[in-house]
Every structure is written in structure tokens, then in C-alpha cells.
Design a protein around this ligand. Structure first.
Ligand code: SF4
Length: 248
């Protein structure tokens, strides 16, 4: 059984808070951007492209890409240079092109050209980690897992839903407390909240809609860290300014 972090004393346990947290975030982010796709195969390619890239940019790239390479076999046999050019605007295009082609070769040779339907099979394909696999299962096959990226991990810890830093352990902790029908959207909402409010270095707790449900684990430490940094940076600057004046 996965261990959950102990929230601040006055707050109910994680299992009881997760519902209201999800409801409030759902009201706050009624629609979040998603990747346009027609079926599991297109979604898989779009998810690989979305690494370090916005969904919006991926959605601009994929229509021409899928018109040129409609099936996994087309990608498996493609000219890598042509593929690189088509996906270049998504960034890291050489690596992505290599992964996409290798992934499609894997699908053609081991899964009859189809996207496998289980997490264990999906993660055997090049370029597909648990995070990508969960997005594909959740969206395309309606077998939602919990997608854990850097935002979901950070918010889950701050909200006291888990203590773990390992994404797989965070995933299992969330699977225990988030109802199946809410898993996919819960991850999406946490990601949006992590981008807009509960940002990494300076979370905006004073304007946070779930502040009363959040033990803010680790947030005080961040403020102290910022203060320490300011103190150490300031004397260095003064020293530099002084030596400049002296050398004049
Ligand atoms: S209250 Fe602060 S730490 Fe908690 S979710 Fe909101 S922004 Fe993040």
C-alpha cells in the first residue's frame, strides 16, 4: 500500500481532500488545451511531439504530418530527414524523429502496426515512457491512469497527497485516492494549476482557489531559500561594484 503524506493537523486526510480539490480545479479549468488527433495512433505521435512543446504548436504540425504519413508503416519506412523537417517547429526534432520512427518500427514488427493497449506493452516502444503511455491509455482507450509530469509531482507533494519524488511512486499514490473516472482530468487540471498558480519557485498561494485544502508542504522552505539567496547575492554585487570603483 502506497504511503500518503500526513497533511497539516487541521486538514482532513488526502483521500477526503482530493474530491473537493478536483471539483474546484474543474470549475477553474473547464477546458484545457489538448492535442488534436483521430485515434490512438495519431495521439501517440502527437504526445511524443508535445515533449517540451505546447499543444497548440503540435496541433499546427500534425495535419500536414498525418497527411504525408497516415499509418505507422509509413512512419516506419519514412526518410528520417523528411520527417525531421516536418516536425522541426516542435523542437528537439532530431531526437523526436528518431524516436517516432523507431516506435513505429516497433509497432509494425511486434504489434501488427497497431498501438498496444496495455501499459506494459506501450512502455516497450522507443520514446514511450509511463507518462506518455498513461496519456494514450486515458485518452484513446479510456483506461485512465494518472499522468505524472513535473507539475503533477510537485503539486501532489505540496498538497500532501504523497511524499514521494519518484514519478512512478507518485502515480501509484494517486491511483489509490483518485476515483477512476476522474484520473485523466485530475492530472490535466493539476498540470494547468501548476503552470498558472502553483508554479515551481514562487507558488501564488494567496490567490489559490484550493489554498484552504492545501498544507503547502515545502512552500515555506522555498521562501527561506529565496531570502538566503538574496542575502548571498547582494554582498557579492556590492563587492563587485566596489572593486569596479577602485579600479577606476
Ligand atoms: S495553496 Fe500554494 S502550494 Fe497549495 S496548491 Fe495553491 S499555490 Fe500550490
Amino acid at each position: 500500500m502506497e504511503e500518503s503524506a500526513t497533511p497539516a493537523p487541521k486538514l482532513p486526510p488526502a483521500r477526503e481532500r482530493v474530491g473537493p480539490i478536483n471539483q474546484r480545479l474543474a470549475a477553474l479549468y473547464p477546458e484545457f488545451e489538448g492535442l488534436n488527433h483521430d485515434g490512438s495512433f495519431q495521439l501517440l505521435i502527437a504526445v511524443i511531439l508535445s515533449a517540451q512543446c505546447t499543444d497548440k504548436r503540435v496541433n499546427l504540425i500534425t495535419p500536414a504530418l498525418f497527411a504525408r504519413f497516415p499509418t505507422s508503416r509509413d512512419f516506419a519506412e519514412c526518410d528520417i530527414k523528411e520527417l525531421e523537417q516536418l516536425i522541426k517547429p516542435s523542437g528537439f526534432y532530431k531526437n523526436k524523429a528518431k524516436n517516432i520512427r523507431a516506435c513505429c518500427v516497433g509497432m509494425v514488427t511486434r504489434f501488427g502496426g497497431e498501438v498496444p493497449r496495455t501499459l506494459d506493452d506501450l512502455v516497450t516502444l522507443p520514446g514511450i515512457g509511463r507518462k506518455t503511455a498513461n496519456v494514450i491509455l486515458g485518452h484513446a482507450f479510456e483506461t485512465p491512469g494518472v499522468t505524472v509530469d513535473t507539475h503533477v509531482g510537485r503539486l501532489s507533494r505540496r498538497l500532501g497527497l504523497t511524499r514521494h519524488r519518484n514519478p512512478v511512486k507518485v502515480e501509484f499514490a494517486l491511483l489509490e485516492i483518485v476515483p477512476q473516472e476522474e484520473r485523466l482530468h485530475f492530472s490535466g487540471r493539476l498540470i494547468m494549476h501548476g503552470r498558472k498558480v502553483c508554479v515551481a519557485r514562487k507558488p501564488r498561494c494567496e490567490e489559490c482557489t484550493i489554498a484552504d485544502l492545501c498544507p503547502k508542504i515545502g512552500v515555506k522552505g522555498l521562501a527561506a531559500k529565496r531570502k538566503r539567496k538574496k542575502k548571498t547575492v547582494a554582498p557579492q554585487r556590492t563587492q563587485r561594484a566596489q572593486s569596479k570603483t577602485e579600479s577606476k
